[in-house]
Design a protein around this ligand. Sequence first.
Ligand SMILES: Cc1cc2nc3c(=O)[nH]c(=O)nc-3n(C[C@H](O)[C@H](O)[C@H](O)COP(=O)(O)OP(=O)(O)OC[C@H]3O[C@@H](n4cnc5c(N)ncnc54)[C@H](O)[C@@H]3O)c2cc1C
Length: 309
Amino acid sequence: MSRSVLLAAARSERLKDVTERVALTRRLVARYVAGASESDVIRVAGDLVGDGFTVSIDRLGEHTRDLGQAMRVADTYVSVLDELHRAELSARVEVSVKLSAIGQAFHGDGDRVALDHARRICHAARNAGTTVTVDMEDHTTTDSTLNILRELRLDFPETGAVLQAYLRRTEGDCRDLAHAGSRVRLCKGAYDEPPSVAFMRKADVDRSYVRCAKILLSGPGYPMLATHDPRLVEITGALASKYHRLQGSYEYQMLYGVRPEEQRRLVRAGEEVRVYVPYGEDWYGYLVRRLAERPANLSLFLRSVASKR
Ligand SMILES: Cc1cc2nc3c(=O)[nH]c(=O)nc-3n(C[C@H](O)[C@H](O)[C@H](O)COP(=O)(O)OP(=O)(O)OC[C@H]3O[C@@H](n4cnc5c(N)ncnc54)[C@H](O)[C@@H]3O)c2cc1C
């Protein structure tokens, strides 16, 4: 099954219904998702901080088409930030936000709705003593997301950006964002994109990642290198030395449940490692994107779904 078929499955309501009823998938979900509730994610974040990690919390859910729902997602973030502050975790734990979950997908004034909610979340993060990173979604939203980020950074310059190495435009975006005080997460990119805008071959995506990492690591900003790819982790380390980056002037980022031993190895080596921890009920699209990256997980998933049909 190709990656693009699998990513199409991430948007299928029928498959979602079947999947949610399968017990075995719950085990897979538990590997990648902290739990359904706020208390679950605070507990997991606390454990990770205790083990020397920093954390970015993601409240699962995207493509909100309902104003009330967008408001509730923003409320949830504000509540999590308050709770992090109370639990004295906010110095080590931030949040990641998908603009499509807070209204960007509305026709007409989606950008304004998302910006208003994002401002509210940034405000709560500032009060709690932490930061927000704005996740990047599919390429049709890149310009809108970067515009909203620019607006947010006028009041909250600490807000993190995300750039995706698979997009042909990203080297240019890295140059624009590689300035002092600018926190930029570089990832490969998780969506099914057309060849007109994205590199299709893994080797080309990896080469783009290295070019972008060079721009970010040689500049004065704060690069956040988000990858599990062993070769890219190694190259990042070599580039950090080449550009005389001290440990802590950049960070590695990895997803909760993905290569946990490698995460611990990097912490033991003195590196800053941030674990991206999703939580919430709406895990389906997230899970299928993770499966698309890891064919070994896919057969387990398909067997579990097939045995229930
Ligand atoms: C902290 C963080 C934040 C991210 N934010 C965004 C975002 O905002 N927007 C976006 O489009 N994408 C985001 N991503 C996802 C990213 O774009 C990639 O889809 C994902 O990280 C897989 O790419 P990779 O660099 O790990 O390399 P890959 O080439 O996919 O993987 C390299 C190796 O890592 C291991 N691995 C990778 N994925 C898995 C898995 N699911 N299970 C087990 N092992 C695995 C395997 O050994 C694999 O061979 C984020 C990723 C991280 C780590």
